[in-house]
Write a new protein. Structure first.
Length: 133
């Protein structure tokens, strides 16, 4: 049975930035998930955090980063009306920021088995959430 794992922006930042103090631990945690039966999904909202750094380096770096993301994870999951309305419910029920609510809604609507985050405040918001160190 295939597993679908959603990565949020906080995990993606740690994964993408080799200078991040938790980079190696995050690489190890994500590597443990990768197998023939697991698909890692990146919501478009998680890309924002990665693309901010690329934007500072110019359009070539943005294109390169987007290609790396697509090569590593496939096409990012877009945010649609259904995702937004569910995110509003998560936000209202758990008093969490909009980006976190969008990640949780994406995980719910895609039937993800896990939602990986570095944000420990999301513990308890959804049974699929796993906060990494």
């Amino acid at each position: 049975m295939a597993k679908l794992v959603v990565l949020d922006g906080s995990a993606l930042i740690r994964l993408w930035d080799p200078r991040h103090p938790r980079h190696n631990a995050t690489v190890a945690a994500i590597s443990d998930l990768r197998d023939a039966h697991t698909k890692l999904l990146i919501p478009t909202t998680a890309l924002i955090d990665i693309l901010v750094g690329a934007e500072h380096e110019g359009p070539h770096r943005v294109r390169y980063t987007l290609k790396q993301i697509r090569d590593a994870f496939g096409t990012p999951q877009p945010i649609d009306f259904k995702t937004t309305t569910l995110a509003a419910r998560y936000r209202a029920n758990h008093n969490i920021p909009t980006p976190a609510a969008l990640i949780l809604a994406t995980g719910h609507l895609t039937h993800a088995t896990e939602i990986i985050t570095a944000d420990k405040t999301l513990d308890g918001t959804d049974p699929r959430v796993r906060a990494i160190d």
